[in-house]
Write a protein that binds this ligand. Sequence first.
Ligand SMILES: [Fe+2]
Ligand SMILES: [Fe+2]
Length: 270
Amino acid sequence: MKPVGVRIAQIADLHFGRDVQSVTESLLRELREVGPTMIAVCGDLTQTARDSEFRAARAFLDRLAAPTLVVPGNHDLPGWTFWSRFLWPWRRWRRHMRTDPHGAVTHESDGLIAVGVNTARSWGLHHDWSRGRINLRQLRAVRAAFDGAPRDDLRVVIGHHPFLLNERGIERGLVGRSALALRHLRRRADLLLGGHIHVAYSGVVDGLVVAQCGTAVSDRLKGEPNSYNLIEAEGDRIAVSVRRLDGGRFDTHERAEYARDDHEWHALGA
Ligand SMILES: [Fe+2]
Ligand SMILES: [Fe+2]
């Protein structure tokens, strides 16, 4: 049996603390109209991980009228508050988001299995601690969730850091251990969702569709308007529409289509 009519709204980089209230209201209106199967929230919900920012993010999530799967981003860690960052990096996340940042978060519905992983790290052996990483424990959790799901379910991994870069995000780097992750996920997953770069694009890597979205509601624009991705999947087809804010409404700016052949995806018209 083929999966039927899965619609995922992919939002990221809300950065409450740098949010624009009118944009937030436009997005909430849009998401109500679209009525997605699931809303994937791909990290950076806050700007500096303050309690007030988490409270605003929580209030936003509570207004969503669809099931949500939420993962953290690097901005959801306390920035340079030494003790907080190293001793209790996820204390505020736990308090407000009420999920375990070290566990995999799973959403299942008819035709869809989605697993969220936390790719943000409080420190690393490199100078840029905004970079993220995925580890073997997380990959095993993703595989276990997928192994227990019907084979024809759409299999989605939700994180913050990218598995595919375009020319505008090239200096930001891929998620750490991306090559290992792709070896584990190839022919097991269908779709990898992320944020972090604030630029919307999609493509295929190792037979998997990768979709990245822009900043949903913040003023931290990187050369393009606020946007989110509307992903529609049915059978062996996935369509990724970048919905950009234009005059107070979100409209489709570009749409990319992908087809599956023997568990591997390729771009149509490419
Ligand atoms: Fe961000
Ligand atoms: Fe980020």
